[in-house]
Design a protein around this ligand. Structure first.
Ligand code: COA
Length: 218
């Protein structure tokens, strides 16, 4: 039986001047549209703190589908996160829990991701269902006399280096190097270097990204 054909997808081209102007107008409209959510965010942040205020508004806006949802989420996140570049895209179902999160230029965050204290450097791609909590020690559990929920914990900023691609369903607990590819379903528990491909649970480097893949044995 012959293999099904592979469909090659070309990269996106540069947008025209008209498209750029339309995008600017849409961004302004989104900021106006999201202003009631922003107002309720600032009120709630004053009472409950920024984290809880962010989480609930971010969950609400995560439910808006399509391009409109992308514009509304970006307009909100630009105002409330430590950094959200105007070219970043955040898809349906994705939400944030930490105000200190940073999204740089051309970052793409796929659908249904859950993101904590994370720095996504420029050109990072996250596929669907990627989870990046704020490191692996968000709850301490050493004290036998207390439930884990009462033991505190720590949040660490997890950095995904520029140009990295994180595959579907990966869980990232440690830094990922620039240009590195994390295979679908992997769990990154230790920092990964630049420009490697890592896979598995826990994720291990399988090869350098620019080395040719070894020939499959016959
Ligand atoms: C990692 C990936 C990019 C393939 O990289 P590659 O270098 O071409 O890897 P290969 O397919 O040659 O596989 C190399 C080895 O890694 C293993 N591997 C590949 N993907 C893996 C994964 N997700 N989990 C565990 N192991 C994996 C392969 O089984 C193979 O092992 P072997 O040498 O023991 O046979 C690809 O498997 C992947 O996970 N892509 C993500 C796709 C995705 O999430 N897309 C979402 C839309 S953006």
């Amino acid at each position: 039986m012959s293999n099904p054909p592979t469909i090659h997808v070309p990269p996106d081209g540069e947008p025209s001047a008209l498209k750029r102007a339309a995008k600017r107008a849409a961004r302004l409209a989104a900021l106006v549209g999201v202003s009631p959510v922003l107002a309720s965010y600032w009120l709630s942040a004053a009472v409950r703190g920024r984290g809880p205020a962010l989480e609930s508004r971010s969950q609400l806006l995560s439910l808006w589908p399509g391009l409109t949802g992308q514009y509304l989420r970006r307009a909100f996140l630009e105002q409330v996160l430590a950094r959200c570049h105007p070219t970043a895209t955040v898809e349906f179902g994705t939400f944030f829990s930490q105000q200190g999160a940073m999204l740089d230029e051309n970052v793409y965050v796929g659908p249904r991701c859950v993101l904590g204290l994370v720095h996504l450097e420029r050109d990072v791609l996250l596929a669907a269902n990627v989870q990046i909590p704020s490191g692996g020690k968000t709850h301490y559990f050493d004290d036998p006399t207390k439930p884990i929920r009462e033991q505190g914990g720590e949040r660490k900023l997890v950095t995904v280096g520029a140009g990295a691609w994180i595959g579907t369903g990966a869980i990232i607990l440690a830094d990922v190097g620039k240009g590195t590819v994390v295979a679908a379903g992997s769990v990154v528990t230790k920092p990964l270097p630049d420009n490697v491909i890592a896979a598995g649970v826990p994720a291990k480097v399988i090869r350098n990204r620019f080395e040719p893949a070894p020939e499959a044995s016959a």
